[in-house]
Design a protein around this ligand. Structure first.
Ligand SMILES: Nc1ncnc2c1ncn2[C@@H]1O[C@H](COP(=O)(O)OP(=O)(O)OP(=O)(O)O)[C@@H](O)[C@H]1O
Ligand SMILES: [Mg+2]
Length: 184
């Protein structure tokens, strides 16, 4: 019998092949093999300190920014090893967005937290509309609509987290990595 379910047709969009990640001489993650299917929502579950954030940051090269963090193995994104010398990590991070465990709005107004990335990305349409629709998608519009010019820091922790989600989705990344954005 030929199995032809929708699930089996999904391609691997991200694959870890024998990935080990170290901080200095401490090997935090050892020999990980993992496939993520396009279109799926996948959770990584495990006890505190087991390496979830470390693995997530490896998927869009955010670990590059941590001094003394090093990676062995291969991370394939749509068939390309993102650790290949020819790959631009900034482009990787544009295509694979991230929302961090701790909310980190830009030190700018709520409006600018959204508009900034959109502008850098070349957006020339109706910015007011884009800001509103992004904040709506992240379920934080009602709390923000009357204070768009206030600092992003004026929001509660949970609201800041949703602002960061709005800021991430406005770039329309192909993948969003969320590190426990459950604050508030
Ligand atoms: N910048 C760092 N320098 C040195 N060691 C680190 C660093 N970041 C994480 N580690 C260590 O790597 C291991 C994995 O940490 P990581 O933050 O990935 O765990 P986690 O599964 O995300 O935990 P939590 O559920 O608490 O967020 C831990 O032992 C941690 O102490
Ligand atoms: Mg973590």
């Amino acid at each position: 019998m030929i199995k032809n379910t929708k699930k089996s047709q999904k391609k691997n969009i991200l694959s870890l092949e024998d990935v080990s990640i170290s901080y200095g001489t401490f090997e935090a993650v050892k020999n990980v093999f993992l496939n993520f299917k396009a279109g799926d929502i996948t959770s990584l579950i495990g006890p505190s300190g087991c390496g979830k954030s470390t693995v997530l940051r490896a998927l869009n090269r955010m670990n590059d920014l941590i001094p003394n963090c090093s990676l062995k193995g291969t991370v394939l994104f749509d068939g390309t090893n993102i650790y290949d010398k020819r790959v631009d990590p900034v482009e990787v991070r544009r295509r694979i967005g991230m929302v961090f465990q701790q909310p980190n709005p830009f030190p700018k107004s709520i409006y600018e937290n959204i508009a900034f990335g959109a502008r850098i990305n070349g957006f020339t349409g109706d910015m007011d509309e884009l800001v509103e629709s992004s904040l709506r998608k992240a379920a934080v519009w009602s709390e923000c609509k009357d204070k768009l010019n206030d600092s992003g820091y004026s929001l509660s922790g949970g609201q800041q987290q949703r602002l960061c989600i709005a800021r991430t989705i406005v770039i329309e990344p192909e993948i969003i990595l969320m590190d426990e954005p459950s604050h508030g």
